[in-house]
Design a protein around this ligand. Structure first.
Ligand code: GLP
Length: 244
């Protein structure tokens, strides 16, 4: 695992954008795995800036997202569909048909799971997968559990995650309790995995990710140890407990 410790969130976002730019520059049809949450927001801002100054082009890019809440409309500002449009897709020249985000539409969940797995098979190995990490070590919405899903599934969110994500909602009760999430096997199906973590709240997860030497389904991010090209870009606050 390559670890890049940055002064703060801004530097982390800039460094991460350089890694993404580098990968995109290598391919005619770059395939990107994208994440939501606060961690990659600054990265998307940097990528948009690069696009605006003609340093990067998304015309032939294809993207797959990690997850979506169940039962939230794509037009709802709390949905991951909305997040991606607002923070990234509306601001770059990607083609609509090359954007893939799982559907969280409540009445057709079986179909959504099947469709998304087919989509992932069709897109194939991504050139880079961007990831955040939950305070409890979740990746995408793969929560600590006795068993982890290999492929896209409907998952129950843990209380910790509902609490952590309630900051984006008016009330904690409004946070959906289920999500559709890419599984571990598909997350790992990328040439490079770029993980972002910022702030003291992530200290424990980051320490466990760096110092852990076992696969532990109770700490889903430990599965990343199987991959041999993981780049962890974090700020000093998130790195704070490493070695202590
Ligand atoms: C959410 C998302 C994850 C994300 C994580 C951390 O629950 N499903 O994909 O990595 O939480 O989010 P943040 O970056 O906002 O801390």
């Amino acid at each position: 695992m390559k670890i890049i410790v940055c002064k703060n969130y801004e530097e982390m976002s800039k460094k991460a954008a350089m890694v993404v730019k580098d990968v995109i520059g290598r391919y005619y049809r770059p395939k990107l795995g994208l994440a939501t949450g606060s961690s990659p927001e600054g990265l998307y801002k940097e990528l948009v800036k690069m696009y605006e100054s003609n340093d990067i082009n998304f015309l032939n890019a294809e993207t797959v997202n990690l997850d979506e809440y169940v039962g939230i409309d794509p037009e709802n500002p709390q949905s991951y569909h909305y997040y991606m449009q607002k923070n990234f897709f509306d601001k770059i020249n990607i083609r609509k048909e090359n954007i893939h985000i799982p559907s969280g539409s409540e009445d057709k969940l079986d179909e959504a799971v099947r469709d998304y797995n087919e989509k992932l098979d069709y897109v194939g190995r991504r050139d880079i997968q961007i990831l955040g990490i939950g305070e409890n070590g979740h990746i995408a919405f793969n929560e600590p559990a006795f068993k982890l899903n290999l492929r896209t599934s409907i998952v129950e969110l843990t209380e910790d995650t509902v609490k952590a994500n309630s900051r984006f909602f008016e009330n904690e009760e409004d946070v959906p309790k289920r999500a559709i999430s890419m599984g571990i096997k598909d997350i790992l199906n990328a040439e490079v995995i770029l993980i972002l973590a910022s702030g003291a709240k992530k200290q424990k997860a980051v320490k466990e990710l760096i110092e852990g030497d076992r696969l532990d389904t109770k700490f889903p991010a430990s599965m990343l140890h199987i991959h041999n090209n993981v780049v962890l870009v974090i700020d000093e606050d998130a790195y704070g407990l490493v070695g202590k």
